[in-house]
Design a protein around this ligand. Sequence first.
Ligand SMILES: Cc1cc2nc3c(=O)[nH]c(=O)nc-3n(C[C@H](O)[C@H](O)[C@H](O)COP(=O)(O)OP(=O)(O)OC[C@H]3O[C@@H](n4cnc5c(N)ncnc54)[C@H](O)[C@@H]3O)c2cc1C
Length: 433
Amino acid sequence: MTDTDIIVVGAGPAGSCAAIAAAKAGKRVVLIERGPFPGSKNMYGGVIYPRILDELIPDWFEHAPIQRWIVRRSTMLLSDTGALNIDYRSNAWGQAPYNGATAYRPDFDNWLAQQAVAAGAELICSTTVTGLLRDAQGRINGITTDRPDGDLTASVVIACDGVNSFIAKDAGLYKAVDASNYTLGVKETLSLPKNVIDERFGVRDNQGVDIEILGGTSGVNGGGFIYTNLDTIALGVVLKLPKLSAQKKRPEEIIAELKRHPAIAPLIEGAEVIEYSAHLIPEAGLDMMPKMVADGLLVAGDAAALCLAAGIWLEGVNFAMASGMYAGQSAVQAITAGNTTASGLQSYTKKLNETFVLKDHKKLRKIPHLVLSDRVQHKYPGFVTGIMERMFRVENPHPKPGVRRILREERKKAGISLMDLVRDALTGLKGFG
Ligand SMILES: Cc1cc2nc3c(=O)[nH]c(=O)nc-3n(C[C@H](O)[C@H](O)[C@H](O)COP(=O)(O)OP(=O)(O)OC[C@H]3O[C@@H](n4cnc5c(N)ncnc54)[C@H](O)[C@@H]3O)c2cc1C
């Protein structure tokens, strides 16, 4: 007889959704979090796409602690002085059932964990899981913690302990760590009055804006983001680790340079930095994913490298919530069937393969590499903004130069061969599905 049916390690979005799914099905669930409360240690850029919650908490949007509903989605390409912004607006996204929202993680994660408690899970905070317990056959059957007498046994352990999962590594599910699979996400939270944010970003009430940025990272491969909360702005950069360590600038200097860019400075003028945070992102998608199932163990969310970081998309929370929910459901199924070995838990990987979780990763497999490649990072922003500059600059008495000439000349100026341009365009077209 085990102490409980299911132990979930980590009360982030993956862990809480695993716990909700399993507790709702009537299983005994213990959800363990190292922070003093769920979300206390968690950071991200700031946008959640919570559609997947419809299945688990149908009226989530009436209760979730949301800052703003995203109605504008922009992709900005920055050269040193220029900017091209592709801006899409849909006011329908500001109404139920909504599309995406900004939220503070301490609020959101805590709220989500309380849904697990309401469903019957036991939440234990300020407790760090320090290792896995195994039975005589080597099958995982529990955890050790940093509490005195803190060992706990269970039929299934679900590892939702985030990027660099200690549990998944302890279980031998990861290959050797490769730094080039990770980016460092660094964020400033900037305080501004709500009416100023509304005016600068062209929104009202609780409408919000999501801006993804390519370029503007001081020559370090990566990207940037700006998201609006009610009376703060989240501004940050995501930096490829080996490229970051190969140069001298510190992440805070790179953020400072982004903030001085002529297209960004007016948006944040007068804002006060009230928070600075940093966290790793598993960026390489399918190429770095571990095995997600072992005897008595499932791995979900960032712990399984399921974050989708594909240029114009940075989605980790929805992938974490979905994979957590499927892990919780599979654990229940396996326990009910009396087979919690790896083969008994295979319905988890089947579910990931059948849904957006792995389908999106497979479809977009080449995109993280393409977007973070030197050419896209260092040549294309100047190439594209150069085209725009020439298209819209009026040089009378000279006539307009014509698009083909501009393209040819700007491509040469940027140092991009025709072959590379065609190759990248095809990879992009194929990669974006
Ligand atoms: C700068 C940045 C910007 C991002 N922007 C976005 C965005 O805008 N939208 C989006 O969807 N995603 C974004 N992401 C990705 C997103 O944050 C993650 O994909 C998501 O948080 C993964 O959720 P998770 O539950 O798997 O892991 P986490 O959120 O990391 O949660 C893991 C939990 O486990 C706990 N834990 C860890 N180890 C232990 C242990 N040994 N014992 C007990 N508890 C433990 C932690 O305290 C934590 O609560 C961003 C990430 C970064 C770094």
